[in-house]
Write a protein that binds this ligand. Structure first.
Ligand SMILES: [Fe+2]
Length: 152
């Protein structure tokens, strides 16, 4: 089995470079971005008429933890300061709000209100943490409920 990962989108890689993001963070974001791409491909194959913003998912996965480039202790310890701070960091660099939001929403517990794109970024992040998350578990039907809100 080979481990070929999709490269981060150029704008995301540039931001991480400018912030001198630590290699551990870049590695995590690269893995989560790759998983998100695989989820998007699987969704498109299974539900070809499902409408969602795949580019936003890719960008969101690539930068969801960008706040940890500043709040570096949260790379190795639990904490949520990186979430709102990450969104502000992206907004201050001219990233549109609809893309910057993933830095905040990826850890949000009120998932009922989240769009499919946010749930995909969150799920991709959970896959690499190796943790189960009840609301995102297929048995909980959270993803399915979200699909029903859209025209599939
Ligand atoms: Fe993450």
């Amino acid at each position: 089995m080979s481990l070929r990962l999709d490269a981060l989108p150029d704008p995301a890689a540039r931001i991480l470079d400018e912030l001198r993001a630590p290699p551990r963070l870049v590695a995590h974001l690269t893995l989560v971005h790759d998983v998100a791409g695989r989820l998007v491909s699987a969704l498109r194959k299974r539900w070809p008429r499902l409408s969602f913003d795949a580019e936003a998912v890719a960008f969101g996965a690539a930068l969801h933890d960008v706040g940890k480039a500043v709040v570096r202790e949260e790379l190795s310890q639990p904490g949520d300061r990186h979430e709102a701070l990450g969104e502000q960091l992206l907004l201050s660099r001219g990233v549109p709000a609809h893309l910057a939001r993933f830095a905040r929403t990826h850890a949000q517990s009120e998932r009922e209100a989240l769009a499919l794109e946010d749930l995909l970024v969150t799920l991709a992040d959970k896959v690499w943490k190796g943790t189960r998350d009840e609301p995102l578990d297929p048995d909980s039907h959270q993803l399915e409920k979200n699909f029903r809100r859209r025209d599939v």
